[in-house]
Design a protein around this ligand. Structure first.
Ligand SMILES: O=C(O)CCC(=O)C(=O)O
Length: 282
């Protein structure tokens, strides 16, 4: 759904737009809001990100060295350092993402994960997966309200050609009654309708972490990146993000509140989040 220029400039959805966004999210597990960002700003974020990513790929010894260590062939899950513009407040705690998340997760929600997904040219199909299961796993047989969502911010237009994410609407509410069913999403999804999350740069997508999805082949000759920030209910907290002091100092009280359980460090001590640190914090 496209938001109005007035809503974009105000950083707030009108009540009827907010209601539609929430209803869409609850029904399908995902909502795409278009026209949220100024395009020049997204261009700046992308330029800074591409430099970070290139440095990372070169530090690990090239794309080949990442084979089998990434989220699928040529598909990179990367934690960038948290400096502006990549960690500008407009990304880290976008006012509209926060407004919608306040309703879905409660206004004491928090961010616990500052990540990106890049499909490099030649990337392949990811296995269909959900990023997190139902609370209590097999012990609970009914779906519960959303406890965590991912805020995706595309840094270019997302199209069929460059590998827009494939998503199965409504699957956030599916509770498997047998553990093996959770491992067999490819077979289950084959009989169900899916959509491609095509969206223009400047959009913002919110997705329940339980929804089935996969990264798709990028057949374009440039990389396709989206920011992937996880917001979760306050009582689910773990805190593995470190925020450089300079970034923290530039954020408003609202953004600091969203990141309040994470760690602020001197700029010189800041290193990006890592899977290692996340497992230790859990
Ligand atoms: O990059 C994509 O299109 C999807 C990636 C993703 O959501 C994941 O790896 O969990």
């Amino acid at each position: 759904m496209k938001i109005t220029n007035e809503e974009r400039l105000a950083g707030a959805l009108m009540p009827e737009t907010l209601e539609l966004a929430i209803r869409t999210f609850k029904d399908s597990g995902m909502v795409i809001l278009e026209n949220v960002f100024d395009l020049d700003f997204i261009t700046d974020v992308r330029a800074a990100y591409d430099i970070e990513l290139a440095a990372y790929i070169s530090a690990v010894g090239g794309l080949e060295a990442l084979k089998d260590k990434t989220f699928g062939t040529n598909h990179i899950g990367f934690f960038p350092r948290m400096y502006a513009p990549i960690a500008d407040e407009r990304v880290a705690a976008n006012a509209i993402a926060v407004q919608v998340s306040n309703v879905i997760l409660g206004n004491d929600f928090q961010c616990c994960f500052y990540h990106t997904n890049t499909a490099m040219p030649g990337s392949n199909y990811q296995a269909i997966h959900r990023d997190s299961g139902s609370l209590f796993e097999m012990e609970m047989h009914v779906p519960h309200p959303t406890t965590s969502l991912v805020v995706n911010i595309p840094l270019c237009d997302f199209t069929i050609e460059n590998g827009s994410t494939e998503y199965w609407p409504g699957t956030h509410l599916i509770v498997s009654d047998k553990p093996q069913y959770e491992k067999d999403l490819d077979a289950r999804a084959a009989t169900m309708p899916s959509v491609r999350a095509n969206m223009s740069a400047g959009s913002l997508a919110l997705r329940d972490l339980r929804g089935w999805h996969r990264g798709m082949p990028n057949n374009a000759d440039y990389s396709r990146t989206m920011m992937a920030l996880v917001y979760q209910r306050s009582w689910l907290s773990y805190n593995a993000v470190t925020i450089p002091q300079t970034t923290w100092d530039n954020w408003s009280a609202m953004a600091r509140n969203v990141y309040r359980r994470n760690t602020v460090v001197e700029d010189s001590e800041h290193t990006p989040q890592s899977w290692d640190r996340i497992s230790k914090a859990r």
